[in-house]
Design a protein. Sequence first.
Length: 190
Amino acid sequence: MRVLCVNGSPRRDGNTAIMLRRVGKRLENAGGIFDELYLEGLNLQPCGACGVCAQIKDGRCHGRDDDGNQMIERSRTADIILLGSPVYFGSLTAQIKIYMDRVGYVSRTGDCFLRRKIGAAVVPARRAGQLFTFAELNMWFHINGMVVPGSRYWNIGHALKEGEILNDAEALATLDELAENLEWLARRIR
């Protein structure tokens, strides 16, 4: 079971990373291979809607000379994709949006490599916007034909400063149950 944790936060070790790692490391402890994709550290541009990937259909992006094909390939080899984004002005970050557009477009116009992979999202925020952001991430899973398990609550948490998510006991319990459900589902799908 290959687990790709896609961190859409500009803060490498912020609350989004803590949430993703909590789930990802539990899956790693259960025998999974943990791969952390930190988007802020990559050279990425938004999708240019050139449509070349839809014409060539080789599973690659041809419209940008950046690190996009690296994230596409890492997504292709994953069994589980965890997306994490903090809430910025009531929505997801530009970094995770680039990931969703580029990876999703190449998959949907090619061999649909995201279909039947397992997906889950985590979303921290100071006060509000988590549910809208959580819904955006989950809609991406659904339009790509992915399987999305639930937990005891939505995979959201309240935090502002780096590390404050560790004070949200309900969020941590939700993440732990999410990890259990992801492991259970991955074993059933295999």
